[in-house]
Ligand binder design. Sequence first.
Ligand SMILES: [Zn+2]
Length: 453
Amino acid sequence: MRSPASTLWRDLLVVPMDGPASAPLGDARRCDLRIAGDRLEALGALTPRAGERVCEGRGRLAVPGFVQGHVHCCQTLFRGLGDDLPLLAWLRTRIWPLEAAHDAASVRASAALSFAELLRGGTTSVQAIETVRHTEETFALADGLGMTAIVGNCLMDLGGDGVPPGLPSTRRDALAISEELCDAWHGRGRLAYAVTPRFLLSCSDGLARDAAAFARGRGLRVHTHASEHADELAAVFARFRAGYLETLHAQGLLGERTSLAHCVHVDGDELERLVASGAAVLHCPSANQKLGSGIAPIARFAARGVRIALGADGAPCNNRLRALTELRAAALLAALSAGPGVWRAEHALAAITCGAADALGLDDVGRLVPGKRADLVILDLGDPLLGAAAADDAATAISRLVWAADDDAIDTVLLGGREVLRGGELLEFDRARLLAEARAALTRVLARAGLAR
Ligand SMILES: [Zn+2]
């Protein structure tokens, strides 16, 4: 059957997320929405065209596809294997040995698990730091699905301190792999390459400076971790005799194209450095709680104009990759740390739609505006257990979405106009195969890592 040239969704409650930072929802209203090819073509009172596919949207809420700023697809295979540990012990005893034991097929299986879960939860764009090798597998999978993905091969050239000998690359190899991946994937389809030092303690000063020069030379984004845990900050100070962001600045890694995961412990001079740099913060509220890292002062960052994107981080420190989980966690932590009503539900939603797109420099996603890519999440909030307020009121719909809903409310996900989830069912993944490949890969990795039980 020939696919229709366009699809008309009738009578949706559309929240375009195209307002200013102070009121990001924009002109939320009940209207029709037309998709042609991979683009959102029109919003308003629309008449069906001959041969057009028509979908009924009454009682449903449409928001932009979610944009997550910080994930590690390579770690999804390790869900449940890193519980009850703080950051540095989590890295030394679990994540580094497991990443060192990855092979190409296990990275591919891990990425498949990641993309299936991300799409099930409405995430249509991601920025990811992968492991030290085999990152082409993640790119290939994202490309096949049509995900918008900014991916980097982890830069890590320092051993010792619990790092397995097989994990780090040399300074020279780290750059060579980045160049090769960038040449192969940057700008292809919906993909971009980012320069991704793991964190300050993993990179020699020379590699950090080479990475900064490479990013500048190619106009690439820089994506790394910063100021996550107090013990990490103490180790950074012991090595560099300087603050975290001060050191990144000295290495040339801070700037408007930089995004920094966590920033839990950023105040005083470090806050001024963050604001002056124009770097974005990638807020990972679930991971920060699970590793006991603390609460990032997101409301304070937002008040200073810092761009913010939410992220699930890795499956072994969350243990979900769900957009709605991070939305609720971010809103809860902001209420706890800044007080209720300061950084509200709509600001949390912006940090996983329009604000996240701005933070990552993605100009054609994150807003439901004609001409943008047709990445949409369509939710059925009609379940009485989510509240009895009128379904067409935008404020109560956003309240239900951020504070009350879980993935059961996500009915349809469109990725570039293509349905990848319909009626809550993932259309492009064979669950049995996904599981079989992941189990086989995990068995190999655990044996190689010496962690088999
Ligand atoms: Zn991370």
